[in-house]
Write a protein that binds this ligand. Structure first.
Ligand code: PBG
Length: 329
């Protein structure tokens, strides 16, 4: 047998744009996007987040407009995060259980104005605690079961206010099952749970804490509940438990440094799997693009494709509107 050289030319189908389009393995649409937005008090208020150029904290009336924008762009879902005024934060995070708190008012207003858009609400105490931890703090320890007892009530209030997806980001043990039970008991069997299953104790959350006003207040770190970046098998156990407890979908967070986890989770469990491209990932890309060190659109698109390629069904990303526009929306 005389082998001809080269027998196979992988460059052949790469040669033209039309052909590259035909063999493209990964497709993306705005359906793949969840857009996180930051809510603040006030009217017609827009406060830029210094470490996240292009991202603002916006008052509820402007958040309603953002929902209209999402709808026009074909983005199916918004994730809402409150920037709670300092005087509403205390040791126990009581504001989480105020049914008229900022996030609940925002959920109700957006749902009323734009019922076609899905609304995801984050469950955790950090927007409300004076120490910035996600749970109750006692003698330097984050109490698990006592915290879960509060989170279940927070989740029910959010469902009552209009949340379609409850997304617990606190990483307490057992909270998915407890929240599922409580939602069902309260008549919210149709409200979904997207579990922040594998949430790592990451340094990429810095700008977010800036955005929600908790960076200066955080005492200590979150390593006793968020995962060690060195671990992979433990992430699979976290996901498995959340599925058993009733999670409809799971999230891996941050995104880009954890593509291996996304790939492993999707391959093993197959359920709807999301990545959160977090604030620090946004800030890195924006900073490099602003300096002219990267082509912003191209790098943002490439990072997004990597999530899809790794197995994500969708991505929570501050680039959501920009990506939707790149998709031609
Ligand atoms: C809080 C929460 C955090 C993020 C989402 N929910 C920060 C944290 O755990 O300290 C981070 C999101 C981002 O960085 O974009 N429970």
């Amino acid at each position: 047998m005389t082998a001809r050289f080269p027998n196979t030319r992988l460059r052949r189908p790469r040669a033209t744009n039309w052909s590259r389009r035909m063999i493209r393995e990964t497709r993306a649409t705005p359906d793949d996007l969840i857009w996180p937005i930051f809510i603040c008090e006030g009217r017609d208020t827009r406060e830029p987040v210094a470490s996240m150029p292009g991202v603002d904290r916006i008052s509820i009336d402007l958040a309603v407009k953002a929902a209209d924008e999402a709808k026009a762009l074909g983005i199916p879902c918004l994730a809402l995060f409150p920037s709670t005024p300092r005087d509403r934060r205390n040791e126990r995070g009581d504001e989480a259980l105020n049914k008229d708190n900022l996030i609940n008012r925002a959920l109700t207003a957006i749902k009323a104005a734009c019922p076609e858009i899905g609304l995801l609400a984050d469950v955790a105490l950090d927007p409300y605690t004076s120490h910035g931890q996600d749970g109750l703090l006692e003698d330097g320890e984050i109490l698990n079961d006592e915290t879960v007892g509060i989170l279940v009530q927070q989740a029910v209030l959010q469902a009552e206010a209009g949340a379609d997806i409850i997304a617990p980001s606190d990483m307490m043990d057992g909270r998915i099952g407890a929240i599922r039970d409580e939602l069902d008991k309260a008549g919210y069997a149709s409200v979904q749970i997207m579990a922040y299953s594998a949430k790592y104790a990451s340094s990429f959350y810095g700008p977010f804490r800036d955005a929600v006003g908790s960076s200066g207040v955080l005492q200590g770190d979150k390593k006793t509940y968020q995962m060690d970046p060195a671990n992979r098998l433990e992430a699979l156990r976290e996901v498995e438990q959340d599925i058993e407890e009733g999670a409809d979908s799971v999230m891996i967070k941050p995104g880009l440094p954890y593509l291996d986890i996304i790939h492993a989770v999707k391959g093993r469990f197959g359920l709807p799997t999301y990545a959160y491209q977090v604030s620090g990932e946004y800030a890195m890309l924006m900073a490099a693009a602003e300096k002219g060190w990267l082509d912003g659109d191209a790098a943002i698109w490439e990072a997004f494709l990597s999530f899809k390629r790794a197995g994500c069904d969708g991505v929570l990303t501050y680039f959501a509107p920009r990506l939707a526009r790149m998709m031609g929306a």
